[in-house]
Design a protein around this ligand. Structure first.
Ligand code: HEM
Ligand code: HEM
Length: 425
């Protein structure tokens, strides 16, 4: 144990000293992505006593949230990846070794010992990591073979989002570009030294694929659930209170429940891609599932209530539960959006959402107050007319029968059935 620590220390000291000497003489294989997103140079020490180490330099534009290279495979599965992102000061970099077993966010591995050397950092719009990895030539699912003339590698970079973290387990957003390349590793073997940054592919390096990627699923999940909870559901409330139409209310709320349900299924799938959500135990996911159950129950209650009412033509005991569950589910869905954005690393949208929600609350309140005042005024007018009628028994025709009642004051029992079926308040 002490011996191996000493060996690591000795190699680390020689690593730093190589930086002080002419590193450019190191044997190296180099790769530069055709879109300029990643550059990678690798040196494999041929030292008999050091057959587990690798030296490499990874660079790329600091506008990317993260920059990564993966070793030993041409797909994410079973690849050892080194991911670099800005540290909390945004002047230095954090380097995180991760393993990936699927097309999902790779997970940090503590089995890799590595040293990040001087020369690493962020300057002039470029992120750089100089790394000596002490035991990187084999891992669960893969290995590096110095005799391989076409060894598989991956490269990828994150979207233009701010990621500043000192944590090696920092949450990542999905790549905005990725690809695969092969390198002739025999050209990288030589005295153990840090290679120079490369600006073009070296001989024996071939880029196989290059793809830009856009993870639209979290946005789709957010859009569908926001449309349902902030848009359609409050509109359903206005349909009931302003238009006094139970039928259109039911249609609108069925549509909003369907939109929300599709959104939730998309959210459940998104959750499987990321370490932050894979265990389905974040507050947003748990609360979201409870709200979804409440929303489905709300739909069933409304539906059953209406069926019973149509048979009995009498109010049912389910009505108050339907009303109060609805009054809870809609604001709860809105609160859950505020938990969703931080989970998706998009906390900045919460401010825009706050403004949007406040504007909608103000508009709905104004409309409801206007409606309430209108009802009060009409009731007053009707009472006054009825008072006149009572005192003037000689009148032959009630005035509103001739004029017709204003549309907004059409009683619901008239539209939706007999008198028991009032829109409940
Ligand atoms: C948040 C982290 C990540 C997520 C959620 C993720 C997810 C995915 C998904 C869903 C695909 C399939 C895309 C498609 O078929 O259209 C994919 C492919 C790919 N990813 Fe990632 N990835 C992540 C990080 C990385 C990293 C760090 C690398 C590093 C080098 C990488 C390299 C690749 C490559 C080369 C492919 C194409 C080959 C393959 O299908 O495995 N990914 N990724
Ligand atoms: C009331 C229902 C829900 C609402 C209103 C809602 C809303 C949102 C919103 C607005 C986002 C941010 C999307 C973005 O920034 O692109 C989000 C993220 C997310 N939601 Fe939901 N959600 C709900 C239910 C659920 C449920 C039930 C699940 C899964 C069980 C879920 C899983 C997720 C996941 C995993 C993310 C983060 C995706 C990522 O990391 O990029 N959501 N949600």
């Amino acid at each position: 144990m002490v011996c191996s620590r000493l060996a690591v220390l000795v190699t680390a000291v020689s690593f730093f000293s190589t930086l002080l000497h002419a590193a450019s003489t190191a044997a190296a294989s180099g790769f530069v992505a055709s879109d300029g997103s990643v550059s990678f140079a690798l040196n494999i020490p041929n030292d008999q006593v050091d057959d587990t180490s690798l030296y490499f330099v990874l660079t790329g534009p600091s506008t990317s949230s993260w920059i990564s290279v993966g070793m030993g495979n041409n797909e994410m599965k079973d690849t050892l990846m080194f991911i670099m992102y800005a540290d909390s000061t945004a002047t230095n970099v954090t380097v995180s070794p991760r393993l990936s077993y699927d097309n999902t966010e790779p997970s940090y591995t503590s089995n890799v010992t590595y040293t990040v050397g001087p020369g690493s950092g962020i300057s002039n719009g470029t992120m750089t990591a100089t790394v000596l990895c002490h035991n990187c030539r084999s891992w669960k699912g893969g290995s590096i073979d110095p005799t391989n003339t076409a060894a598989n590698f991956l490269f990828a970079s994150g979207p233009r989002e701010s990621l500043k973290s000192n944590s090696v387990t920092a949450n990542l957003q999905r790549h905005s570009s990725y690809g695969t390349f092969t390198m002739d590793l025999t050209r990288a073997v030589g005295a153990g030294q840090l290679p120079s940054i490369v600006t073009a592919d070296t001989a024996g390096t071939i880029q196989d694929t290059d793809k830009s990627d856009n993870d639209f699923l979290p946005a789709l999940h957010g859009a569908l659930t926001i449309i349902a909870f902030v848009g359609l559901m409050p509109i359903g409330l206005l349909i009931l209170r302003i238009m006094n139409s139970v039928k259109w209310h039911a249609l609108n709320q069925s549509l909003s429940a369907a939109v929300a349900l599709i959104g939730v299924f998309v959210g459940i799938y998104c959750g499987t891609l990321y370490n932050r959500s894979r265990s389905f135990n974040s507050a947003h996911q748990l609360f979201g599932l409870v709200i979804t159950v409440g929303m489905v129950a709300q739909f069933i209650l409304g539906f059953v209530h209406h069926r019973i009412y149509k048979k009995t033509l009498a109010p049912t005991k389910l009505a108050p539960f339907h009303i109060w569950l609805g009054r809870l589910v809609i604001p709860a869905g809105v609160v859950n959006i505020f938990l969703g954005f931080p989970l998706a690393q998009n906390s900045k949208y919460n401010w825009a959402l706050l403004g949007f929600v406040l504007a909608i609350i103000i508009i709905i309140s104004l409309v409801l107050v206007w409606k309430w005042k209108q009802i009060k005024r009409q009731r007053k007018m009707r009472l006054a007319v009825e008072g006149n009628l009572n005192s003037d028994s000689g009148s032959e025709m009630r005035p509103w029968s001739a004029m017709g009642e204003p549309e907004t004051n059409v009683p619901l029992d008239h539209i939706n059935g007999p008198s028991a079926y009032h829109v409940p308040r």
